[in-house]
Design a protein around this ligand. Sequence first.
Ligand code: COA
Ligand code: AMP
Length: 641
Amino acid sequence: MTRNDSPLYDPLYARSLSDPEGFWAEAAEAVSWIKRWDEVLDDSRAPFYRWFTGGVLNSCYNAVDRHVEGGRGDQAAIIHDSPVTGSVTTLTYRELLDQVSRLAGALRARGVEKGDRVILYMPMIPQAVIAMLACARLGAVHSVVFGGFAPNELATRIDDAKPKVIVTASCGIEPTRTVAYKPMLDAAIEAAANKPDSVIVFQRPQAVAEMRAGRDLDWVEAMASAEPAECVPVAATDPLYILYTSGTTGQPKGVVRDNGGHAVALMWTMRNLYDVKPGEVFWTASDVGWVVGHSYIVYAPLMNGSTTVVYEGKPVGTPDAGAFWRVIQQHKVCTFFTAPTAFRAIKREDPEAALLKRHDLSGLRALFLAGERSDPDTVRWAEDNLGVPVVDHWWQTETGWPISGNPLGIQQFPIKHGSATRPMPGWDVRVLDAEQREVPRGDIGSICIRLPLPPGALPTLWNADDRFRKAYLSDFPGFYQTGDAGFIDEDGYVHIMARTDDIINVAGHRLSTGAMEEILASHKDVAECAVIGVADSLKGQVPLGLLCLKAGVSRPREEIVREVVALVRDRIGPVADFKRAVVVERLPKTRSGKILRGTMQKIADAQDYRMPATIDDPAILPEIAEALRTLGYAKDQPAAF
Ligand code: COA
Ligand code: AMP
């Protein structure tokens, strides 16, 4: 057998592309349907494809009720492990069913019906999962907003989703501070044009929220008086959730997820990619505010009848770099998923893995990494110390589940460091050049997926079909443009190298430099600006601002830098991690006036760069390098060639 032979995977992958309807109809047997579909793939409105048209189901029923009915009532559904509050609590599937149906009843009592939107602004507590499932139970559309976003970002999402109700907790807990959520939510509602009718607040003792009479309702009281609600049948094509993600402007994109395709795809991945069985413990250390949390903290493990760990802590500092190993041992985690940055943080504090060696990790079978490129050093460190396969897998908020990975439940491919292995079924991955031609194996280009996308991928953007088409489908007709650049090697392995747009990845968090530029430009003294993502040994990338001041501004530059840093934190939130900016006299541009961000980023990271043929004035580049050096970047800059 040659290295390329993959007897189990190859025919399966080939069939997923040649007979997608047959492939996904078989996969759909793992889902409980109220009514089976009329059509597996509906292309009547192409390029807006729909899956399982005519099918009726309920995602909450699939994640909760059916496991209680099937005898898993006493099994742990959620283990909440919270080193920041020093507590571990478990909810069985039966208890989860009770809580979810009560909250669904409480939401219904506040007027929430099928199709209504509910925004959730929650920390990593079981109530976040309960609230998501309660919405799914009613056929209402949830939209979770990550706690590290500021009121302004929350307000933008409130105005776009127009929720009837918002569910929140009084606070989140970061290792160094308690983050009071309720005042931020109040400020966001104040700023939003569209006001929700009600707010349900889960009070935590660390910071009790003030309630607004007539609008706000205490979670515990609401649950106590609620009539438990049954599952509402929804169409497979009805939206389950909206998840906002960074686009190229300050206006985030509302990625829509349907019910049917989502359930089918996630079930397929639990068995075939992650290789996790019902009853086993699966842990994803991320946040419910991200797609990774939606898919692999909440829906996939629960739909699969597994136990999910909801972890309210960090890889380091809660209390130390052994936190992950403690959780894996204590809760008998078989499969673990996190972002490479978390491993870099652990490796930095405990390079010899001394804390790891004090734990019994014999139950761990695999580690999955995603959210950013897995650098080979980190993968090697994890492999050496864990002794299990370390799988880099690549996906996006839009896709909902991995585009490429190593399908441990089918056939384990040899791991190549720096690659996210092979495309998963349904993803027809192609690398194209600017003329939309496929490039030879090994050459870098834009990574695109031939339409239709498989079940579970976004059908459109919320109330924005045109933006969906323009953002993803127009540059490469017939394809979905991922926005990532990379190559496929001679063995068919996918390598993701960079973004083709202005999105950067900070500690596994997706951020738009364009959105940050809009904020910097709003400062009264800033004439022009650019934000670039510079390399960071812990977070992968961090944003850095370059500011040109308006003529005649004579205030101290450090003061202006401090103000713009505060402005971004205030408008986007601490998650932006915008802490570095420098004032420059001018920015390098092409003759047509386009700012050369890519060239500045290469200078900052001290990489070789090619002098752009269209540069207006090459003499600006040494000035930029000089300015970047004052922040510790652009060291030993190689000469341009
Ligand atoms: N609510 C409020 N604030 C939050 C928050 C939340 N849910 N999550 C993060 N923040 C804040 C942090 O407190 C920090 O604030 P600071 O600037 O005052 O210190 C800021 O946002 C940046 O947070 P983060 O990027 O997490 O940096 P960190 O230095 O606190 O931690 C790591 C670094 C590597 C330990 C951390 O980023 C991590 O665990 N990353 C894992 C990545 C991950 O789960 N990604 C999800 C996609 S898979
Ligand atoms: P998000 O939508 O927040 O999940 O971010 C998606 C983006 O993160 C992708 O488009 C990639 O740029 C990056 N990304 C996610 N996983 C990987 C990976 N395994 N390797 C490289 N980049 C990744």
